[in-house]
Design a protein around this ligand. Structure first.
Ligand SMILES: Cc1ncc(COP(=O)(O)O)c(C=O)c1O
Length: 459
């Protein structure tokens, strides 16, 4: 074993074999970040799709400082505070009817746990304790706590989970880029929706608590959007069987797709609960939220109450930060910007696809997109596993001034992609610059891929 020479930042815990360099970021403003040598980068994916309002916002920083000076902490079990009241009122108003109650958390995984625990406590309190099973998509990602790794759809985790966490039941994700030979994309996604019906029947509806799904995926599916007919079908199936439908909007919610909730695009397929995080405080403070209807929360409150909390739930500085972040959404019309700049950037990516055959697919909505990389566009064949295109694109991106969020998931079985989700504050000129830098990045990636595959044939 060699001695680790890496500085003691968080990455000492990650695999040493991950050879993509990590720049030491010392400053960030708008869509840009600078390292300690003064090199500037465009934040192509807003970190892991977090920095929705861009970096270095002075108004948000001032609101954080002011709250810290006025009242740093007040515990929600023994007191109330105004930033909590103002924030949940505002989130609930933005989310609309059906989401009158908002439980705050310190991040996405914690908020997902709250959603599942809330449903479990609800069925226990209302006399249906046999409802335990959770259904999710394969692949999917729902968080990094032990319970959320259990429900995440990633079969590489099988050994880790086995006998250790409670695994969810899985149904296939309705990928639209590659569909089985006997299907069109429409019949395939409907058959994926019907798999939910079959799974519930197989498990017995009385044993199933919830179906958890992302309206638009993140890294696990490469921004795979859930089409409206699929959403309507799964809503109908859940209603018919008395199963709760939970939308995990941790990554796709809070404005990324041009509306507060990504699921606002399905007027007839509203979830029972929605979970938000990332863009809500946009990286300025750790925050997550579970959105629930008044009737369920108040009913449970009359019975046992929802009795699980965390010390930092509704932290005043976090609440004040999120209120200031939401002000920025209003001030700069960032929901409209997500739609308009998303369409603009999509056109630029489409032009890049004409030039770069390594672009197999571009998918997503608003400013939440992913680009799938392929070795052969006609056959949709992925790059060889040992080429690791997801790491190559990051490495070449750094050389051309781009920080890109990308990492191989499911060992590449579903394909390889990287996230294109810059801050919603990005201008058209900055989109042009991003596309120019991406053009150079993909030129290098294609050349490296050809060399790699030629060497493979030769050996
Ligand atoms: C869809 C989805 N669910 C849950 C999570 C977990 O959120 P967090 O990392 O804030 O715990 C993530 C994070 O990437 C996510 O994208």
């Amino acid at each position: 074993m060699t001695h680790d020479t890496r500085p003691l930042s968080q990455d000492v815990f990650y695999a040493r074999s991950n050879a993509v360099p990590l720049p030491l970021i010392v400053r960030a403003e708008g869509v840009r970040m600078w390292d300690d040598e003064g090199t500037d980068y465009i934040d192509v994916s807003s970190g892991p799709v977090v920095s929705n309002i861009g970096h270095g916002n002075k108004r948000v920083a001032a609101a954080m400082a002011q709250q810290a000076e006025t009242m740093d902490f007040a515990y929600s079990r023994v007191s109330r505070h105004q930033p909590n009241i103002d924030l949940v009122t505002r989130i609930s108003r933005l989310a609309g009817p059906g989401y009158e109650r908002v439980c705050l958390a310190s991040g996405g995984s914690e908020a997902m746990e709250i959603a599942i625990k809330f449903l479990r406590q609800y069925v226990v309190a209302t006399g249906r304790p046999e409802k335990r099973k959770i259904i999710t998509l394969m692949p999917s990602y729902h968080g990094g706590t032990i319970a959320m790794l259990g429900i995440t759809g990633d079969d590489d985790l099988d050994t880790f989970i086995d006998g250790f966490a409670i695994p969810a039941e899985h149904i296939p994700a309705p990928f639209q880029y590659r569909v089985p030979d006997n299907h069109t994309s429409q019949t395939w996604r409907m058959s994926c929706a019907d798999a939910l019906d079959q799974k519930i029947t197989e498990l017995g509806a009385d044993n199933v608590l919830a179906f958890v799904v992302e309206p638009i995926g993140g890294l696990a599916t490469g921004a795979m959007p859930m089409e409206e007919d699929y959403a309507n079908r799964i809503r109908d199936i859940c209603t018919r069987h008395g199963i709760f439908l939970v939308y995990d909007e941790i990554l796709c919610g809070a404005g990324r797709t041009g509306q507060f909730l990504a699921s606002h695009r399905y007027p007839d397929a509203q979830a029972d609960l929605v979970v938000l995080a990332k863009g809500l405080a946009a990286g300025y403070a750790p925050l997550g939220a579970m959105l629930a209807p008044a009737n369920m929360v108040d009913h449970l409150s009359d019975l046992t109450g929802f009795n699980f909390s965390h010390t930092y739930n509704a932290n005043p500085i976090t609440c004040a930060t999120a209120l200031a972040v939401l002000d920025e959404y209003d001030r700069d019309n960032l929901f409209d910007a997500a739609r308009e700049r998303g369409a603009y950037l999509r056109r630029l990516l489409d032009s890049l696809a004409e030039k770069h055959a390594c672009i197999g697919d571009i998918r997503g909505d608003g400013l939440l997109m992913a680009v799938e990389l392929v070795a052969d566009r006609n056959s949709k064949t992925s790059y060889p596993g040992d080429f690791l295109p997801t790491e190559q694109v990051r490495a070449f991106g750094l050389q051309h001034g781009l920080i890109i969020y990308s990492r191989r998931t499911a060992n590449g079985r579903n394909g390889d992609w990287f996230m294109v989700a810059p801050p919603l504050t990005i201008t058209e000129q900055e989109c042009d610059e991003l596309a120019e830098r991406l053009d150079a990045t993909l030129t290098d990636l294609t050349a490296a891929g050809l060399v790699h595959m030629a060497l493979e044939v030769a050996s």
